[in-house]
Design a binder for this molecule. Structure first.
Ligand code: FES
Ligand code: FES
Length: 152
């Protein structure tokens, strides 16, 4: 048994230590908000927070995250920054198909938690690893500025 701290709660999971965190979240814990895209840490669809920093759950073996604070999209609105980001996303209607958006939001929240007033360049850098096939990049950037305004 492996104990994981997910969204502030301990979860005991009976999985092999090399199982990627993404499968444990989706298949074992039924937290399907975190998406599978590439499986190779290239697209950002599976982004979660590890101790507040963005991490790609598809390539992280669960054994590497024992004792770390894992946060998923399911709980991101419990923090002030997460709530502001989700509100901005709704206000600017960022989402198109939605597939990449949990990952986009997790990266945006991590950025704004670190830097309350990011520049366009900060945003482009922080979001560079989150790909969107629907090309919502312009609205993602605008929503991050909008959330920053709400948090000021
Ligand atoms: S699914 Fe993890 S980065 Fe693409
Ligand atoms: S909204 Fe469709 S992939 Fe990003």
């Amino acid at each position: 048994m492996i104990t994981l701290n997910v969204n502030g709660q301990p979860h005991q999971v009976d999985v092999a230590p090399d199982t990627p965190l993404l499968w444990v979240l989706r298949d074992t814990l039924q937290m399907t908000g975190t998406k599978y895209g590439c499986g190779q840490a290239l697209c950002g669809a599976c982004t979660v927070h590890l101790d507040g920093a963005p991490a790609r759950a598809c390539t992280l073996p669960v054994s590497a995250v024992v004792g770390r604070k894992i946060t998923t999209i399911e709980a991101v609105d419990r923090q002030r920054v997460g709530k502001a980001v989700q509100d901005a996303w709704r206000k600017l209607d960022v989402v198109q198909c939605g597939y990449c958006q949990s990952g986009q939001i997790m990266s945006a929240v991590a950025l704004l938690s670190e830097k309350r007033k990011p520049t366009d360049a900060d945003i482009d850098k922080a979001m560079a690893g989150n790909l969107c096939r629907c090309a919502t990049y312009v609205r993602v950037r605008a929503a991050i500025h909008e959330a920053a305004k709400a948090l000021a």
